[in-house]
Ligand binder design. Structure first.
Ligand SMILES: [Zn+2]
Length: 385
């Protein structure tokens, strides 16, 4: 029993070291000891194990204070590879991704309106087989899957996401584990994007932040102390269904007045169409017209931002977060909306006289966070590290 606990502790300690090396490399053993609170001796011992396994390597660098050269550590990016899978509404991406979040090889296919569990799995296996027949196979140590909710994360099941054709109750984790004999992990795509920001984004100065994806739906991924916080039933940060209008528009979740009914791209387009912007208006057209002064389209963006302000203020107060990172489909309005939300949050949120400089920033990635974040998902879960 003692032996087992010891092994578990080592597993956790080693994982914390690897995570800190990936995020902060190049980094010295002493810095790792300061960052993790582990003794220098423990760090040295565990690093030796990683080096023997070829996962971590030394790189000499001049000391910044101008003294002698010090030995720093970095990961060997190709030593552990992830088979990353991102299931989007309209397409499927599969790739071999290294420890630095770089996609080595990838395949994708469109998901058709005909999709059901069987057709989907056939397509998924076809793409995965192609990648797993390459020379990278032997270094693949886990499978990370990101998918729009609702999911049953702990059972590895995709339930029945809206607009997902006929994909229902699909036990994607067990299907993949069986076929490839590797551990697989499933998580909501927005949470995976949040993990991508922790490991590979240039925002890692924040230990506490909420990643918000604004597109046809709205999702939030909560990071606390550098780790994903998913709550009691996996629904923490489900921002699209926070209520911004009492007795408001009925949402498909059963509540009234959800943020998604006011600030998702779909809801904004719907409102603009109903208010005279033309029945064929698309989201991109709406943005372009708003930026060139079209009154209805400007109002639509204004209305959207107003509701986002309410939801952001509520989330800021509920989680006492340092920063919001925004990804999704805001395109040409991205920077404008980011700036506006930051201004409003700083002027409005509850602070009881304290300085509370909440930041709002754009995602470090364009579109790929939910895909490359699958590497972080495997790292956070695979205890073999
Ligand atoms: Zn709802």
């Amino acid at each position: 029993m003692i032996g087992m606990n010891q092994q578990n502790m080592n597993g956790i300690n080693k994982y914390i070291l690897l995570k800190n090396i990936i995020i902060n490399e190049p980094i010295s053993r002493i810095e790792l000891s300061h960052l993790t609170g582990l003794s220098k001796m423990t760090v040295t011992g565990l690093i030796k194990e990683y080096m023997d396994a070829g996962i971590v390597q030394e790189c000499g660098m001049a000391d910044s204070t101008g003294g002698r050269r010090r030995t720093y550590l970095q990961v060997a990016p190709e030593s552990l590879l992830t088979l990353g899978i991102h299931v989007g509404r309209d397409n499927l991406n599969v790739g071999i991704i290294n420890l630095k979040g770089q996609i080595i090889q990838s395949e994708s296919m469109e998901l058709s309106a005909m999709e059901n569990n069987d057709i989907f799995l056939k397509g998924l296996f076809l793409l995965c087989d192609r990648l797993m027949q390459t020379r990278y196979r032997e270094k693949v140590w886990g499978i990370g899957i990101s998918c729009a909710g609702p999911l049953l994360v702990k059972d590895g099941v995709i339930l029945n996401p809206p607009d997902f054709n006929n994909i229902r109750n699909l036990p994607i984790v067990s299907c993949l584990e069986e076929r490839y004999d590797l551990p697989a992990y499933l998580q909501n795509d927005i949470c995976v994007a949040a993990l991508a920001e922790v490991y590979f984004g240039n925002r890692n100065q924040y230990d506490d932040f909420i990643y918000v994806g604004i597109s046809a739906g709205i999702g939030g991924g909560v990071i606390m102390n550098g780790k994903l916080y998913t709550g009691f039933s996996g629904l923490a940060g489900i921002m699209g269904h926070t209520i911004v209008e009492k007795d408001g528009i009925l949402c498909e979740c059963g509540q009234r007045g959800c943020l998604e009914m006011y600030s998702s791209t779909r809801a904004v387009v719907k409102w603009a169409r109903e208010n005279g912007a033309g029945k064929d208006l698309t989201w991109m057209e709406l943005l372009v017209r708003a930026s060139s002064g079209d009154e209805v389209c400007m109002k639509a963006v204004e209305r959207m931002t107003g509701y986002l302000e309410v939801a952001f203020a509520n989330m800021a107060n509920a989680y006492d977060t340092q920063c919001f990172i925004i990804g999704g489909d805001l395109h040409i309005y991205q920077e404008k909306i980011v700036k506006r939300l930051e201004e409003k949050l700083r002027s409005k949120s509850f602070s009881w006289g304290q300085e509370r400089n909440i930041h709002v920033e754009s995602s470090s990635f364009i579109g790929s966070a939910s895909f490359i974040g699958t590497v972080a998902l495997v790292l956070e879960n695979n205890s073999e590290v």
